[in-house]
Design a protein around this ligand. Structure first.
Ligand code: FDP
Length: 350
């Protein structure tokens, strides 16, 4: 069939699947041993399984997927625990991961590998889980690091790294479609959409770039009473129309959804520290680092207001941090406000 006719039938005759994209990436790095290829293939499989479980959640909840028993008296797992099991099982058998850190695990989970595995991974198997029962988009998030010395047994310090050291990070969003966004340290961000009819992720948004400036701000404004002066000043500024420029507020309350929209449409996502949560809410290893890595790779910026998020060195696998990320011009505006207010405060205390 000629390509004209295939187009007419809306059938893509030469799709770039995720597997094909990963393989061609590997070919561009002749020194690569295929370890990351294997890990990404395992993650792709895990995301397909989780996607399938998420799509069934509404029906399955009739038989008690949220932790109760089903009609046969069998105990059902909550979806986030199920997603955690799916990720662990999928990654265990690729033999390329030495240990993992998960939102659902208290400590690091060491994998008994026959060979020396060079990589560790941190993930949140199902982020935004408070949205599951109300059918709002949720996602999985991950970041992969190479171990500094993989001839030795894996240790906690293999995870206590900076975000700038991430090799690959990504998220999968289970929304109106299932999409997997992957960023590499070469600064390439690709988005693949799951085609359920063939069961494969297809490259639909190659080389994503975040708009330089947006007109959407995304924050839980219910916490505004507890914010610091700079946060209050910034949000007041975006709510005050400048010339023709007005901002809209969009907040899903599911980080993957809010960051995905920010990446595609531009604007800013903020989860700041406040008086109730002095370290912010979001977790450094499996929320803040992977999302900041993706946003920076797409040309955006990520900060806690005063320093680049990817420069933080983790000291705990479940540590939290304030998180502000998005279009570079929007992030620069709030960084300038923090700098101005900090300078004023320093002058007043001297
Ligand atoms: P959730 O509690 O539903 O799991 O860190 C988890 C997270 O969701 C993020 O996905 C989301 O951005 C944030 O918390 C929402 O927090 P608030 O409800 O405090 O706004």
């Amino acid at each position: 069939m000629d390509s004209q006719r295939a187009k007419f039938l809306s059938i893509e005759s030469n799709p770039i699947t995720l597997a094909r994209a990963i393989m061609s990436d590997q070919r561009r790095h002749p020194e690569a041993k295929g370890d990351l290829t294997m890990i990404l293939s395992s993650l792709m499989l895990a995301c397909k399984f989780v996607s399938n479980a998420v799509r069934k959640a509404g029906i399955a909840s009739l038989i008690g997927i949220s932790g109760s028993s089903n009609v046969q008296g069998e105990q059902q797992k909550p979806l986030d625990i199920l997603a955690n099991d799916i990720f662990i099982n999928s990654l265990k058998y690729c033999n390329k991961i030495a240990a993992l850190a998960s939102e659902e695990e208290t400590g690091i989970y060491i994998i008994d590998n026959p060979d020396e595995a060079k990589y560790v991974i941190a993930f949140d198997p199902l982020d935004g889980s408070s949205n599951i029962d109300v059918n709002v988009s949720i996602g999985s998030i991950f970041a992969i690091w190479k171990r500094p010395d993989y001839s030795k047994p894996v240790v906690l310090e293999d995870f206590l790294r900076t975000g700038a050291e991430v090799e690959v990070s990504g998220y999968c969003i289970y929304g109106s479609s299932t999409q997997l966004v992957i960023a590499t340290k070469e600064g390439k961000v690709d988005c693949f959409t799951l085609d359920n009819s063939i069961g494969d992720f297809i490259l639909t948004h190659p080389n994503l770039r975040i708009p330089k400036k947006g007109n959407i701000y995304s924050v839980n404004e219910g916490n505004s009473h507890f914010w610091d002066k700079s946060m209050k000043e910034y949000v007041n500024l975006v709510k005050t129309p400048q010339d023709d420029n007005t901002y809209s507020l969009r907040y899903v309350g599911s980080m993957v959804s809010d960051v995905h929209r920010t990446l595609l449409y531009g604007g800013i996502f903020l989860y700041p520290a406040d008086k109730k949560s002095p370290n912010g809410k979001l977790r450094v290893l499996y929320e803040v680092f992977p999302m900041s890595f993706i946003v920076e790779a797409a040309g955006g910026k990520a900060t806690d207001g005063r320093r680049r998020l990817l420069d933080i060195k983790a000291h705990d696998i479940h540590q939290r941090s304030p998180c502000i990320l998005g279009s570079p011009d929007d992030v620069d505006t709030i960084v300038a406000i923090y700098a101005k207010n900090d300078e004023e405060e320093a002058k007043n205390t001297n």
